[in-house]
Each structure stands twice: as C-alpha cells, then as structure tokens.
Design a binder for this molecule. Structure first.
Ligand code: SF4
Length: 70
C-alpha cells in the first residue's frame, strides 16, 4: 500500500492518528498528519482505509492495496 497525505488539505483534525496510530501521527509543531510507515503491512490496510474515509478533508490517498476477495 502506498499512502500519501496532502498537507495543503490536512488541518490536523487527528482522525487518522486515532484510527490508525501505527501508521499516522501528528507533528508536534502544527498537528499535521505524518506517516510513521510508508508501506504498512496488510494487517494495517483496513485501518488505513478507514482513516482515509474518515478524514474530513479527504487528505489521505491510498494506492496499491486491493481489498481481499471474498
Ligand atoms: S484526519 Fe485528515 S485532516 Fe485530520 S490529521 Fe489526518 S490527514 Fe489531517
């Protein structure tokens, strides 16, 4: 999974760090989101997807992590 954060959109709302704390954190100086890992393991995919969906600014983009087939 390749994750990117658009810092022009991010306002530091912190949803991502709450939902996926192993992947996202917030910068001390301004609260903007930072990635702790660029390419998290599959066990984090669902949390990262949820974080992207819950971000109020749509600042998180993900690629390369297709949902597993049922
Ligand atoms: S949820 Fe969105 S706006 Fe809030 S800190 Fe994370 S990336 Fe930024």
């Amino acid at each position: 999974m390749d994750i990117s954060i658009d810092h022009d959109k991010c306002i530091g709302a912190g949803q991502c760090a709450l939902i996926a704390p192993e992947v996202f954190d917030q910068r001390v100086e301004d609260g903007l989101s930072v990635l702790l890992v660029q390419d998290p393991g599959a066990d984090q995919y669902e949390a990262v997807r949820e974080a992207a969906e819950m971000c109020p600014l749509g600042a998180i983009s993900t690629a390369g992590a297709a949902r597993p087939r049922d």
